[in-house]
Ligand binder design. Structure first.
Ligand code: HEM
Length: 222
């Protein structure tokens, strides 16, 4: 339950899209690994056999593609574009994550590391979607072209899998309080001041900041 004074950092739609993306992505990892490695074929047995496993993987892939398109539209404005010079300055000091930095440059809703993750998700996700669809429906395409889809799909997976664990760590225990963006959408002001200082200032100045137990300044002025 949020406490008085907490601020809204994500809305319901954002959390649903995020969970659709995360859920489909995790199920694709599990079912994909189940098909790839003989030692993990038991995952198929749990789902009714290897043919069923393939169908679960393929149809989850369709849900992933839909979630990816929604996520790209939803986050493009805040995570798809770098804003200079603060993003460059943030990168020069690695956001204070790797060594002590007296004053970390103030960045907007997402930091350059998160923006790079977002762009990797979009790029790799599109690669996974396209290569997956071509493997599923190779109709009318040359065998040489279709064959390329297999190593590209595996390469995309390796990148995605590695980035996923970094994201999981940074979104949970690496930055305490952050996971609330995915759960109920309410976070403390102190967290936002540390993680998204420029965004917090902009939201406060525009009167759009939603504070638990208070009316937004924008609504109060009407
Ligand atoms: C259950 C696992 C996951 C957890 C706990 C998690 C956690 C989070 C959190 C807390 C945020 C907000 C960060 C902030 O406001 O500072 C976030 C943002 C985001 N998440 Fe996840 N996430 C998960 C899975 C995924 C997956 C699988 C993907 C992609 C396929 C993904 C893509 C994103 C993107 C693109 C953003 C927005 C920008 C960014 O942080 O790069 N998440 N995640």
């Amino acid at each position: 339950m949020p406490e008085k004074g907490m601020i809204k950092v994500t809305d319901g739609f954002e959390r649903i899209v995020h969970w659709m993306l995360a859920g489909s992505c995790i199920l694709l990892f599990i079912t994909g690994l189940g098909m790839m490695y003989r030692e993990l074929n038991f995952i198929g047995n749990l789902m009714g056999g290897l043919v069923a496993l393939k169908y679960v993987h393929n149809f989850t892939g369709l849900l992933f593609i839909v979630s990816l398109v929604l996520a790209a539209r939803m986050w493009w404005h805040e995570a798809g574009k770098f804003s200079m010079p603060e993003d460059l300055e943030w990168m020069m000091c690695a956001g204070g994550y790797l060594w002590h930095v007296e004053k970390v440059p103030e960045i907007g809703k997402y930091n350059p590391g998160q923006k790079m993750f977002f762009l990797t998700v979009i790029g790799c996700g599109a690669l996974m979607g396209v290569t997956g669809l071509v493997m599923w429906f190779p109709v009318g395409l040359s065998l040489g072209f279709v064959r390329w889809m297999y190593p590209l799909h595996a390469l995309g997976f390796v990148v995605f899998f590695a980035f996923f664990f970094v994201h999981l760590y940074l979104g949970t225990i690496g930055n305490p309080g952050t996971v609330m963006a995915m759960i109920d959408g309410w976070a403390t002001k102190a967290w936002a001041k540390k993680q998204h200082p420029k965004w917090l200032k902009e939201m406060e100045e525009s009167g759009k900041l939603e504070v638990y137990g208070e009316e937004t300044k924008e609504a109060a002025s009407h």
